[in-house]
Design a binder for this molecule. Sequence first.
Ligand SMILES: Cc1cc2nc3c(=O)[nH]c(=O)nc-3n(C[C@H](O)[C@H](O)[C@H](O)COP(=O)(O)O)c2cc1C
Length: 647
Amino acid sequence: MANLEHLLQEIKIKSMLLKNRVVMPPMGTGLGQRDGTVSEATLAYFKRRVKSGAGLYITEISSVHTQGSVSPSALRIYDDSYITGLSQLVKIAHKEDAKIAIQLHHAGRESFYQLKRGEAMAPSAIASYVFGGSPKAMRREDIEEVIQAFGSAARRAVEAGFDAVELHAAHGYLLHQFLSIHSNQREDEYGGNMQNRARFILECIQAVRAQVGQDFPISLRISAEEVIKNGYSIEEMQEIAPKFVKAGVDIIHASFGTHGSPGGIIQAPIEYAQGFNVHLARKIKEKVEIPVIGVGRFTDPVIMNEVIKRGDADLIAVGRQHLADPDFLNNAIAGHPERTFQCLACNQGCIERLIYEGKSVRCAINPETGQELYYPSQPAAEKRQVWIIGGGPAGLTAAAEAARLGHQVTLLEKEKQLGGQVIIAAQAPYKGAYADWIDQLKDRALRYGARIKTGIEVSESMIVEGKPEVLILASGAKQIIPSLEGIEMPSVIDAWSILKGEKAVGKNVVVVGGGLTGMETADYLIQHGVKSLVLVDQLPKSPINPLTAHGNMLNYRLKKAKGQFMFNTQLSRIKQNSVELIQDGQNHLLSPVDQVVIAIGAQAQNSLEPFLAQSGIDYYVVGDAAEPRRIIEAVEEGARAAWNISG
Ligand SMILES: Cc1cc2nc3c(=O)[nH]c(=O)nc-3n(C[C@H](O)[C@H](O)[C@H](O)COP(=O)(O)O)c2cc1C
């Protein structure tokens, strides 16, 4: 077993004794009822999370005020009627010998829901970074009302049995909006210099302290650094932090960033190393005598242990890893760290699904997350003989899940290597961890007893002979190559072959297709020394949202390398040393071009489906074999197919 002695050390904070230094930070789930109460789905989700063995769990944002809810399904604590529901979360945590805090929250201007209702309020009437619409500037009586609301919410938290409360003064929400010049241009004592802008937070802390008594722990979540142009610095925060302590805070939770910070840094993408921002916690610790929580991309308990040992932070918040694989700590303690699926920081199922799709939380690589109510934990009543065709993410997930449920599973993969497109995508810069995940998925399937054979292309007659009772077709997709003049020229190559390293990278390259494959291939080309790169797409802009964490990094690197984007543009002809393009109806000749990389998309590869449809075999078509999409859909459909066999 790895030495985790520092991470597993107890810590006492006022009346709260934590069994170790691991914290699950607040994470909105979107699983609550539409009236902001705790749902069965919230409870099931939380029951699974508390199995991680962390010392402290902090609930998702819970609104202290009617105008403070970020969305209808976000939890609320602004009325006594919410106490009973919330206390169920407390019982779940206490049953696992863990402590639980509730995060007290007011969205201010950062709520599409409140802006739409015309109810959003903020220090000044300045538009939201993310949603545009303007809030109402808070009057003195609004300020007083919200301060009192924080106090009353804290009183309810005590009544519900919580062990602590956390005030959310980070990430661009109301308390942070007071602190930031980007949202606070008040001319009264709540605006102006940093000291004045901190006044609202200080008064909220005091109101909370007045309600909870001296021995009840209060945590304050701050953005230690604002991470936005002209935002406040860590040095400014260092000056203000001791004042928060004086006002009554017992823990500082040192997060970072705000709405509008470039590339969603709060949920940092895979480009960032574990604990990349823990120096912020250290800087806060230099100025205060109370425990400080560090956060950011932590997945490995050994690294967390090092951070505690070094004294950079007293506790470590582990967010998305709790979604990707809540067994990370138990696996490490049991001496099986290799079993832990490390969070890939893709944000597909968690924060970006919540924000950009308005849906509840999931995880791209953990199909159980957010679906705990449907997740079968018991072996299937009837064991079936299952064939899975294709060993990409959908097929491997189906294999692991079906085998876990006790079915007799054989997975057959045409290629020598497992992983399908993921293995190819893993060649793109920073994405090596995706290949590790495929290896682990394979190991998990084998551990549960699945048989895996590679280099076997399944034919109809093999199915007839093999007589599987259930067949899951997860045969993936193949690339689309357009038919146009010059496509046969040696300078033309498909994106997957480039990523597989099958052909040397050219000097002057055109990438056709601005989706994820096109952008990541362009990223790869830049890393491999391409001199000039033009990315062409017929859409008006890249489908890769530049506000997303990974999308931002891709856009940033392409621009930094002086990559040129040409949208509304079609490739019409490929010539010896040039290409002809049509942009907005105008002809263009691009020259010199010595390599044309085709990345216009993929189409389902499911030629066995018509046979299966009339074979009488119980079958499912999943992942890209149904329709080319992302990892999250592949994993979910693979898992669902396996779960349905048992259903
Ligand atoms: C789905 C999701 C929801 C989040 N909701 C909250 C929240 O309600 N309150 C909060 O302070 N932070 C929230 N965060 C930020 C996390 O608490 C954490 O700071 C962030 O995920 C970085 O930690 P990690 O790299 O370990 O995931 C959320 C993050 C995610 C992924």
